[in-house]
Design a binder for this molecule. Structure first.
Ligand code: ZN
Length: 499
């Protein structure tokens, strides 16, 4: 068995190395690759992905899994290896049911669709993207059906992004939130909106990049184990445990978006960077519970970043880099970063109406996967739902259905995790204050890294050793509930808006 375990570990390492190549090519494609190299790069990504697929479905790999799953061997494994074998057996069985040719075609279709999305978004024209999206939707359905022929496709997708969560549980907790938030949003938006003209102006992109690096460093991003880049839509990618990268996109008329994207992606990256390296070459290093992942990015972005005390220790330095901020008082800045206003674009949404954006996407995904709404009708349905949930209508597809890249690469079932993440955050905040005292004070005194350390000790270092439910139990001692998040919203916005 020792021999099998060693061979299995070597084999996993090989798969990881191929994965690293795919991630690096993808990073390049989205941040730097010149136009005329794109087709070739997509081909290479498809080649390596197919190799990974072949390795993950080979008889050799299946043999190791079978051997290590035998009770007499399994019980001798440590916890991380037990989890690795258990998860990979499930994946192996799923993958084995997917024809190799289909998988390769699906990978190519997703890459092409990502490119088409980018073009369509630039042109505000859904028709450019429609045939590609349609293909990805059809192939995602087919893909999931191959993997779990007995289960409902959307449930399988939800489970893939947040193990243990099904639409029944999500329906319930989103409903709890919706009921609490609708009256609160009404109350806030009835109040006078702050005057934010002090922030208007042209900012230096170079300066915004410097501020990004300052913020990343401030919250605890480790530049020896990560780097930054630029892309249309910000994202985080892990090439290997010593290389976690974040991207950002910069706008010279709006420096605030790139600040918050930096903090958000930084939160994802800090999670990845702080997983205990003793788990290297096990599944524990791979956190694919996206609700838990988003809880960490959103904790930094919202719970900490939208707290004015977060900015007090660094505000003068930001003013030195972007001089316009010298004329923006902290009072105005606090209002700017906590301005609750319903708009059509998720990435520009405040943390309160943001919840409605996610509920919208969750309902859209149910419409695509359960009601089989034709792809051509999706923009209209999107606009209708935006009016229903947010009271505004998108001006064009660019600020409507084309605003997010998630569906272009087949990531259906991902969106709910953003909101689950925020719901977990309410619970983490409650517990953190019980243990460390008021967050306001810690931030004001510039001790933010104590919070990062707390999160690392409680959550990051364990990687995916525990699922979200178990993490909530271990950290907060209770089941998932939206009540702490609602309380956080009510207390905070009552103060800011004088409700
Ligand atoms: Zn995120």
């Amino acid at each position: 068995m020792e021999n099998t375990l060693k061979k299995f570990k070597d084999y996993l390492k090989k798969i990881e190395q191929y994965t690293e190549a795919v991630e690096l090519l993808t990073w390049d494609l989205q941040t730097a690759a010149p136009k005329e190299s794109i087709d070739r790069k997509i081909e290479s990504i498809s080649f390596f992905s197919t190799e990974i697929f072949r390795m993950s479905t080979s008889d050799e790999y299946g043999g190791y899994l079978k051997e290590l799953s035998k009770p007499e061997n399994y019980e001798k494994l440590d916890d991380a290896m037990k989890l690795t074998v258990k998860r990979y057996v499930r994946e192996y069985e799923r993958f084995k049911r997917v024809p190799e040719e289909f998988y390769s075609e699906f990978t190519t279709a997703k890459s092409r669709s990502e490119q088409a999305w980018e073009q369509a978004k630039e042109a505000d024209d859904f028709s450019i993207y429609e045939p590609y999206l349609d293909k990805v939707i059809k192939m995602t359905k087919e893909y999931v059906h191959y993997m779990e022929p007995e289960q409902e496709p959307y449930e399988v997708l939800l489970d893939m992004f947040e193990e243990g969560m099904d639409s029944k549980a999500i329906d319930e907790i989103f409903e709890q939130l919706k009921e609490g938030l609708l009256p609160l949003i009404k109350e806030i938006t009835a109040k006078e909106q702050p005057d934010l003209t002090a922030l208007k102006g042209n900012y230096s992109i170079q300066g915004e990049k410097e501020v990004q690096n300052l913020l990343l460093d401030y919250i605890g991003f480790n530049f020896d184990r990560g780097t930054t880049g630029e892309s249309v839509h910000p994202f985080t990618t892990t090439l290997c445990s010593g290389d976690v990268r974040v991207t950002n996109s910069f706008d010279e008329t709006n420096p605030i978006d790139s600040m918050f994207s930096a903090i958000h992606e930084g939160g994802h990256a800090i999670f990845e960077q702080n997983i205990d390296r003793k788990y290297e070459d096990t599944v524990v290093m791979t956190v694919d519970m996206m609700g838990l992942h988003e809880s960490q990015s959103r904790f930094f972005e919202n719970i900490l970043g939208r707290n004015i005390n977060f900015w007090k220790p660094v505000y003068d330095r930001i003013g030195e880099i972007l001089p316009q901020f010298k004329d923006v008082s902290m009072e105005i800045f606090e209002k700017a970063i906590n301005c609750v206003k319903a708009g059509p674009v998720r990435l520009q949404a405040d943390e309160v109406t943001y919840c409605m954006h996610i509920i919208l996407r969750y309902e859209m995904e149910k419409a695509v996967f359960r009601d089989n709404v034709p792809t051509a009708e999706l923009p209209e349905l999107w606009n209708k739902k935006t009016v229903e949930l947010l009271g505004v209508k998108p001006e064009n597809d660019g600020e409507g259905i084309l605003q997010d890249m998630h569906w272009s690469d087949g990531s259906f079932g991902y969106f709910p995790s953003y909101l689950l993440g925020s719901i977990y955050d309410g619970m983490f905040l409650e517990q953190l204050e019980k243990e460390l005292g008021p967050v306001d004070t810690i931030l004001e005194e510039g001790r933010i890294k104590e919070i990062t350390k707390w999160l690392t000790e409680k959550i990051h270092k364990n990687g995916s050793l525990y699922n979200s439910k178990e993490v909530l139990q271990r950290v907060c001692g209770k089941e998932v509930t939206a009540e702490p998040l609602l309380k956080y919203f009510r207390d905070k916005y009552a103060r800011i808006y004088g409700l």
